[in-house]
Design a protein around this ligand. Structure first.
Ligand code: ADP
Ligand code: MG
Length: 250
């Protein structure tokens, strides 16, 4: 079981190239982190994997447990087990958080089968407790008027409820204070499993103090230019991205 990205090239709708040959394999059970300067294509990679309509794949492949993800619509990819926690989560006015997650779970059930409301709320509340989220967030519209940190926590709540096979977290740590960061890490660590792969996109080493990755990759100019173990993140924190200049990529 793995999420396999091979020679992935993607452009904007107007033809501007953004991803220029990304290769990455995330076997189930592993946590990979991607770091890299702003504008290097990290969010684009996460959105191309999940099927965002702003991008056109021009070469390469993305396969999930041997099935071609690029052939699938966004919702099919989600039901196949891909989850993306957005860098900038959207607000969905008029849809309560509880109904939103319930609808997403319902969409995963076979036709004619209904969610058990009592079991659903029990599970929702348990996960909100883990994330130290107040119960009032069940009735509020999805992300509407949430602070930056509350939105990020809400993304993790969705992830905990949907139990995806592959989780992609795009800078979920940005904008969090240290207490919120620890809570988010607790949620992510609770999801760690030998049946699940995770991709953490992050700008800072500090998230990796709480979620220890198996591998760290550096993305620059639409490619992965360096890979290593957790020590690579520490090195980047100390030395920055100066080395990219030597690669003529900065
Ligand atoms: P990162 O997440 O590494 O900071 P992004 O993937 O967000 O980088 O962006 C990579 C580059 O592609 C940036 O130069 C960004 O401005 C550009 N880009 C990404 N998506 C769009 C878009 N929808 N429209 C215009 N430019 C975009
Ligand atoms: Mg980004």
């Amino acid at each position: 079981m793995s999420l396999l990205i091979e020679n992935l090239h993607a452009t904007l709708q107007n033809g501007t190239p953004i991803l220029k040959g990304v290769n990455l394999e995330i076997p189930a059970g592993e946590i990979h982190a991607i770091m890299g300067p702003n504008g290097s294509g990290k969010s684009t990679l996460s959105k191309v994997i999940s099927g965002h309509e702003s991008y056109v794949v021009t070469d390469g492949s993305v396969t999930l447990d041997d099935t071609d993800l690029l052939e699938m619509d966004v919702d099919q990819r989600s039901r196949a087990g891909i989850f993306l926690a957005f860098q900038y989560p959207a607000e969905v006015p008029g849809v309560s958080n509880a109904n939103f997650i319930r609808a997403a779970l319902q969409a995963r059930l076979p036709k004619g089968q209904d969610i058990d409301a009592v079991a659903y709320y029990k599970s929702l509340y348990a996960k909100m407790d883990l994330l130290e989220m107040d119960r009032k967030f069940t009735a509020r519209s999805v992300n509407e008027g949430f602070s930056g940190g509350e939105k990020k926590r809400n993304e993790i709540l969705q992830m905990l409820m949907l139990e995806p096979k592959y989780c992609i977290l795009d800078e979920t740590d940005s904008g969090l204070d240290i207490d919120a960061l620890k809570i988010v890490a607790k949620g992510v660590n609770a999801m760690r499993s030998e049946n699940r792969g995770m991709l953490l996109i992050t700008h800072y080493q500090r998230l990796l103090d709480y979620i220890s990755p198996d591998y760290v990759h550096v993305m620059a100019e639409g490619r992965i230019v360096r890979s290593g173990g957790p020590e690579l993140a520490l090195e980047l924190e100390k030395e920055g991205y100066e080395f990219l200049k030597d690669l003529a990529l900065a």
